[in-house]
Design a protein around this ligand. Sequence first.
Ligand SMILES: [Zn+2]
Length: 406
Amino acid sequence: MVLTNARVIDGTGAAPVERGSVRIEDGRIVEIAPDRILDGDGAIDLAGRTVMPGLIDAHAHLSSDISRSPGFGPPPALKGELPRPRELGYFVLAKTAWVLLAAGITSIRDVGSYDDEAIALREAVRLGIVPGPRILSCGRIISATAPGGAIFTTMYREADGADDMRRAVREQLRRGADFVKLMATGARSVLAEDPEPAQMTFAELEAIVDEAHRLGVRVAAHVEGLAGARIAVEAGVDTVEHGLSLHREPGLLDAMAASGIVLVPTLSTFHDLAERFTDAFAPALVEQAKRQLEEAYATLVAARAAGVTLAMGHDSGPPGENAIELVRMVDGGLTPLEGIAAATRGSAVALGLADVGTLLPGAVADVLVVDGDPLADIRVLLAPERISMVIQGGKTVAARGALTTA
Ligand SMILES: [Zn+2]
């Protein structure tokens, strides 16, 4: 396959190539030819369009994001209906997978779902049962015993003390996890948790990082307040999720930049709690979220200035509208080119995947073709009808917001 006569954005943050061509063979990118129109068998003329890597969402909750997506799942049950089978949820998960793919999300990192549902969906996609993005799952989130455990039930594995933390890491690998997620602080969505102090001790957090790294998997840390940020960075986690307080201590951002710790700012989740679902949360949490929203944007700017690798994490719903997070990162101060680099290579770095997220030779051919120029108007990525083609591993899998059978 040859995509030709297009604007090409390679995902590294490099300037775009005009009238470029991308050659794909055996599911991989083999060549980007600048300022050359290639023709011949299989060449697709893409005048007026942009070729870029598929988007990667580095922070999703594949099952619970549906509860943040009014209208996406089944309609609410009416009184008098028989109880619905819980297995209906698996069909909704399958829909989630194909909607994500049709929107141009070719990889996604699940940072916590109930009952190992993300692992089930990952396997369904991997085995070719349903179309969907490449999925990485953390298994269950490792948390100290905390109020959040009473709310998030089977999404959590509560653990206390360094040895139990090591055991919790091993259990997630036994479940089939691709990486480990921990709660360095409490969560803004839990009234009984103060997100400011660290929720586990340094010794506990360090035990998780040491065990995970010893066994060859990465660590994502949920971080809100500064005390949790300090111990997470010091222990050497791989990604900081949310991290909204970091602007208050720029030295931590410098340390993250120096050691390659990725920040996933998740702006959308703060918009959700502060603006979108205000009726659904306790008023004190909504007020807290308004302050956190401002802090999250301040941290985005400070992290960019410090040279921290940024990744795109929607942490919201509905599935398929993930690129709103990219738009918000641009509204918050990234250039469109920087935003796209965050949502492609930056997110790939967060996932620990070296061969996706760019169009460099050798990369897996996960490619998005957009009608128009996202560098001129980043919002074209939000319009399903502007998603001309989604290519996964060299095969065209979707066009104009719908799956293709080709
Ligand atoms: Zn989250």
